[in-house]
Design a protein around this ligand. Sequence first.
Ligand code: MG
Length: 256
Amino acid sequence: MIVIKTPREQDLMRKAGHIVALVFKELKDYIKPGLSTLDVANMCEKIIRSNGAYPTFLGMYDFPGSVCISVNEEVVHGIPSKHRILREGDIVSVDVGATLNGYIGDACRTYFVGTVTENARRLVTVTEESFWDAVNKFAHPGARLGDISHAIQEYCESRGYSIIREYTGHGVGSKLHEDPYIPNYGESGTGPVLKEGMCLAIEPMVAEGHHAIRVGKDGWVARMKDGKLSSHYENSILITKDGYEVLTMLKEDHHG
Ligand code: MG
């Protein structure tokens, strides 16, 4: 069942999402070569907690980190570690959840560590663009969920990339994963009809090579089987009367 958020709940979603946006604001200038992924996670956790929120992913399904940090060929669910040092040229995705007053903001950015290759830059850019292309066209009442899925797939595949199948976007609210699941591939004109008050975490996960993944020995980190790069971009959005509102981004950064 897809939860329609009341105006009060929508406001709580805005407040939780705002904290996630504050984390990204800080990370933009913070991430650099030589930091460990644990350093990055600790910075995220500090901002989340100093704003009165809780790092949603910590302990969820027994995940041991406060955020998920995935480097290069790692797709999602990287466990922050003091032994994993970021190097010049890496791309690093930081997936952040913040719970405030029982409501959750969930979003991800993929950052460049120093100067990256043109290939890496293009992959990350196309991943982000696929999100905006899809929501600008189809995140409004009356569109179908499959329209969003299809738009993301079309945008990425027509540029030579592939879509990871095992992980999807999702409804978000008082639970991290609510209905509906939102694959980044699919048929337009299918799936639930979007309605005002739905909150959706839309998150393209895109591969440079083949989309097959393998989960690591720790039971968490998912990597590309072919060792090529992958990129991840996510925002939680609210479907409004005539379109959408991004919950996990500061107004000044909004370029949708
Ligand atoms: Mg998510």
